[in-house]
Design a protein around this ligand. Structure first.
Ligand SMILES: [Zn+2]
Length: 268
C-alpha cells in the first residue's frame, strides 16, 4: 500500500477527534478499516477526498460502538448510490462471523426496506475466521483474533507482493499469542490510550488499553520499523499529543514513530 489516510485517531469517548479508523490505499485498490461511531465517517471521507462510490473493501475489527456504527451509515449511503446506479462495484465488508450477523441485523432494523435491499447482493458481509487469508487490493491479508476478553476482536497482517508488511492489532494491546504477526513488520498500527504519566488518572489497563510506552516497548521487542499510535484520550494531551507521544515512544523505541492527527496522510 502507498498511503495511509487517517480518518480518526480518538478512543471511544473523545470529543476532539473522530474515533480511530483509517484507509489504506494502493495502486490496486483500498481497504477501509472501521467506521468510527457515526455519520462523522461521511465527513471524514469527504474531507479526505474519498468518494463513497470508490469503496470496495471494509474491514471491521469489532462490535464496539466507536468502531461499528459508522459502518451502518456507509451501508446506507452506498446502498443509495447502488439504487441510483451510481456505484456498480460490489462492497465487501470483512469481519468475524458474529459481527457480520450483528451488523447485518442493525442494518435490517434501522434502514428502510429499500435501503437494505442491496445487502447480500451489492453489499456483502464476508465473515472471516482466525488465520484466514484473503486477497485485497493485490495484497495478502491475514485476519487474526486478538484474543480480546472484552468483545471478540480481529486484527490483520497485510503483505504486499514486494514484501511490505503492515500489522494492525485493533484497539487493544497486542496479545503475546499474536506476537509472531508483528515480528519485523514494516508498519505496526497500535493503540496508545495515554501517556505513562497519565496511567494513574485514566487506568487504561482496566479498560483494555495501554500506554504509549507499552506500545513502543512492544514495537521494540518485535523489531518493527514504523510505529503508528492512535486510539487515544483527548483530555490530557489534546493540542500537544504528537509531541508528547513521540517523545515518550522514542525514549524506548529506535524505529520511526508516527502520531497522526485526524485527516493526516502518511506515505508508507
Ligand atoms: Zn475503540
Amino acid at each position: 500500500m502507498d498511503r495511509l489516510i487517517v480518518l480518526g485517531t480518538g478512543a471511544a469517548s473523545v470529543l476532539h477527534y473522530y474515533n480511530t479508523c483509517f484507509m489504506l490505499q494502493g495502486p490496486q485498490g483500498s481497504l477501509l478499516v472501521d467506521g468510527g461511531g457515526g455519520n462523522g465517517i461521511l465527513v471524514q471521507l469527504e474531507k479526505s477526498g474519498i468518494p463513497l462510490a470508490s469503496l470496495t473493501d471494509i474491514f471491521v475489527t469489532h462490535e464496539h460502538v466507536d468502531h461499528s456504527l459508522g459502518i451502518i451509515w456507509l451501508v446506507r449511503m452506498v446502498s443509495s448510490l447502488m439504487l441510483r446506479e451510481q456505484k456498480s462495484d460490489i462492497l465487501r465488508i470483512h469481519c468475524h462471523t458474529r459481527l457480520a450477523e450483528k451488523l447485518r441485523s442493525i442494518c435490517q432494523f434501522t434502514l428502510s426496506e429499500k435501503q437494505f435491499s442491496p445487502v447480500g447482493t451489492g453489499i456483502r458481509f464476508m465473515p472471516v475466521k482466525d488465520g484466514e487469508q484473503r486477497s485485497i487490493a493485490g495484497h495478502t491479508v491475514t485476519f487474526f483474533s486478538i484474543h480480546s476478553r472484552k468483545a471478540e476482536q480481529y486484527g490483520f497482517h497485510m503483505e504486499s507482493p514486494e514484501g511490505q508488511r503492515i500489522v494492525c492489532t485493533g484497539d487493544e494491546p497486542c496479545s503475546p499469542a499474536c506476537g509472531h504477526y508483528l515480528e519485523g513488520a514494516d508498519w505496526l498500527f497500535h493503540e496508545a490510550f495515554c501517556l505513562e504519566a497519565d496511567a494513574g488518572r485514566f487506568q487504561p489497563h482496566k479498560i483494555g488499553h495501554g500506554t504509549v510506552r507499552e506500545a513502543a516497548l512492544l514495537a521494540r521487542k518485535h523489531r518493527v520499523r514504523n510505529l503508528v499510535l492512535w486510539h487515544t484520550e483527548d483530555r490530557s494531551t489534546y493540542g500537544k499529543r504528537r509531541e508528547l507521544y513521540t517523545e515518550e515512544a522514542r525514549s524506548v523505541f529506535l524505529g520511526n514513530v508516527h502520531v497522526p492527527d485526524d485527516l493526516d496522510v502518511i506515505t508508507l
